[in-house]
Design a protein around this ligand. Structure first.
Ligand code: AMP
Ligand code: GLY
Length: 422
C-alpha cells in the first residue's frame, strides 16, 4: 500500500516510524516531513493545506491512503475536498470530516455536543459581542479562577485562566474585541476544574473504538510546570493514576457516549479522537477534544502499540475496526523534548545538531529539524523528542535523560523534571 502522511512534527515522525514497520506498506511519503521522517520514508515538499497539490501528488504517485497528522487540514475540510473530487473520492483519508473536526475547531460546538450527549465536562456559557453583559453575569456566578476560551483554533494560545474577576471581565472584552482574531468572535466561559490532567486517545471507524495507551504531557516551559505554555516538553505513558477503575469510567462515561453521539448526530468519523481529560477526585471530565493524535504524546503512545498501525488504519477505512484488537507494550515509555533556546518566544534556527552517533537504547523522534547539506540542523522551537522504554517511569526517564545529554546544538534546552508529579 502507498501511503501519504501529512505533517512535519514529532507526532508525524512517530506515525511514519511505526507505519514503516508494517509489511502492508509499499511506499511512504511525508508532506512536508522533517529530517527524521526522511529516514523512514520520502519527504515531499507540499503544504498539507494546499489540497490541490495534495490531490495531484496522490494521483501521480498512486497513493492508496492519506493519513492526516495535524488538525488544520481536517478543520479546513480535506475530507470533503477528496469526497467531492471523482479522481480521489475513493481514496481513504484517515481523519474526520469537517463536521467531526469541529470538535476541535470550535469550543462551542464541542461543549454543545457534550451537553447534548451527557458527557461530563465543566459548566459553561457561550458569549459573543451581542450578549457580553450575560457573560459578565455568568462570570459573577463562578468562583475564581476564571477560564476563558476563544472558540476557534488559536494555535494553542486561545485559553486564558485568570484569578481575578475584574481581569476576567477585561480579558473577555478584549477577546471579543479581536485579541485572538476571528477565533475569539465567540468565547466560551468555563467553570474551573481542579485536578490532574491526562490525554486519552481513541481510534475509531465511527462504530467501534479502540482505546490507545493514555499519556501525560508537560506543557509549560519551566520546571515544576511554570512559565509559558509550549507545544509540549515531554510525556509519560502509562499514567500511574489512570488505573483500571478510572479507565473504565473514561470508557463508559466519555468514549462510549462520544462515539454514540457522533452516530446520533449523523457525523461520520474515521480517525483519532484525543480526549484532554481532568481527573477530578477520581472522576474524568473532558477539558477538550482534539481530532488528531497529541504531540509529544504520540512519541510515547505510538511506540507502545505493538499492533500493525497500517492494518488498523485499513480497518478504520473499511469500517471493520470491530474485528481488531490492540496489542500494547506493558513497559513505560517516556520522552524528553529538546527545544531551541528562547522557545516558546523567539529563537534561532539552522543550528547544527550533533551526537546522533552517540545515543543508545532510545528512539529519536525529530520535530523541528531539516537537512542542510550533510548536516542536520534545527528548524523549529521543538527540535527532537528523546523516547526511551523502562520497566517503570524512573528507569525510562534515566535513559531518556542520558541520551538527551548526548544530542547537542547551540542553546539547547530541556526540562529535567518530566514525570515529577506522578
Ligand atoms: P485547552 O486548549 O482547552 O486544552 O486548554 C488549555 C489548558 O487550560 C488545558 O490543558 C488545561 O490545563 C487548562 N484548562 C482548560 N479548561 C479548563 C477548565 N475548565 N478547568 C481547569 N483548567 C482548564
Ligand atoms: N500535547 C497536546 C497537544 O498535542 O495538543
Amino acid at each position: 500500500m502507498n501511503i501519504l502522511l501529512l505533517g512535519s512534527g514529532g507526532r508525524e515522525h512517530a506515525l511514519a516510524w511505526k507505519m514503516a514497520q508494517s509489511d502492508l506498506l509499499s511506499a511512504l511519503y511525508i508532506a512536508p516531513g522533517n529530517a527524521g521522517t526522511s529516514e523512514v520514508g520520502i519527504n515531499v515538499d507540499i503544504n498539507p493545506n494546499d489540497f490541490d497539490a495534495v490531490k495531484n501528488f496522490v494521483i501521480e504517485n498512486k497513493i492508496e491512503m492519506v493519513v492526516v497528522g495535524p488538525e488544520e487540514p481536517l478543520v479546513r475540510g480535506i475530507k470533503v475536498y477528496f469526497l467531492n473530487d471523482p479522481f480521489v473520492a475513493h481514496i481513504p483519508v484517515i481523519g474526520p470530516g469537517k463536521e467531526g473536526a469541529m470538535l476541535e475547531g470550535s469550543k462551542e460546538f464541542a461543549k454543545e455536543f457534550m451537553q447534548r450527549h451527557n458527557i461530563p465536562t465543566a459548566r459553561y456559557f457561550s458569549v459573543t459581542a451581542e450578549n457580553i453583559e450575560e457573560g459578565y453575569s455568568f462570570l459573577d456566578s463562578l468562583k475564581a479562577p476564571y477560564v476563558l476560551k476563544a472558540d476557534g483554533l488559536a494555535a494553542g494560545k486561545g485559553v486564558l485562566i485568570l484569578d481575578n474577576i475584574d481581569e476576567a471581565k477585561k480579558e473577555l472584552k478584549a477577546m471579543l474585541g479581536g485579541k485572538f482574531g476571528d477565533a475569539g468572535n465567540t468565547v466560551v466561559i468555563e467553570e474551573f476544574l481542579s485536578g490532574i490532567e491526562l490525554s486519552v486517545f481513541v481510534l475509531t471507524d465511527g462504530h467501534a473504538a479502540l482505546i490507545l495507551p493514555e499519556a501525560k504531557d508537560y506543557k509549560r516551559i519551566g520546571e515544576n510546570d511554570t512559565g509559558l505554555n509550549t507545544g509540549g516538553m515531554g510525556a509519560v505513558s502509562p499514567v500511574p493514576f489512570a488505573g483500571s477503575d478510572f479507565m473504565d469510567k473514561v470508557k463508559e462515561r466519555i468514549v462510549h457516549p462520544t462515539i454514540e453521539g457522533l452516530k446520533e448526530d449523523n457525523i461520520p468519523y474515521k480517525g483519532f479522537i484525543f480526549l484532554g481529560l481532568m481527573n477530578v477526585d477520581g472522576d474524568p471530565y473532558v477539558i477538550e477534544y482534539n481530532v488528531r493524535m497529541g504531540d509529544p504524546e504520540s512519541e510515547v503512545v505510538i511506540p507502545r502499540i505493538k499492533s500493525d498501525l497500517v492494518d488498523l488504519f485499513r480497518a478504520v477505512a473499511s469500517g471493520e475496526l470491530k474485528s481488531k484488537s490492540l496489542d500494547v507494550d506493558s513497559r513505560t515509555a517516556t520522552t524528553v523534548m529538546l527545544v531551541s533556546g528562547g522557545y516558546p518566544g523567539s529563537y534561532e534556527k539552522g543550528k547544527e545538531i550533533t551526537g546522533f552517533d552517540k545515543v543508545q537504547n532510545c528512539i529519536l523522534f525529530h520535530a523541528g529539524t531539516k537537512h542542510d547539506g550533510e548536516d542536520i540542523v534545527t528548524n523549529g522551537g521543538r527540535v527532537i523528542a528523546v523516547t526511551a522504554f523502562g520497566s517503570d517511569k524512573n528507569e525510562a526517564l534515566k535513559v531518556s535523560y542520558r541520551n538527551a545529554g548526548l544530542i547537542d546544538f547551540d542553546k539547547k534546552y530541556y526540562r529535567s523534571d518530566i514525570g515529577f508529579d506522578l
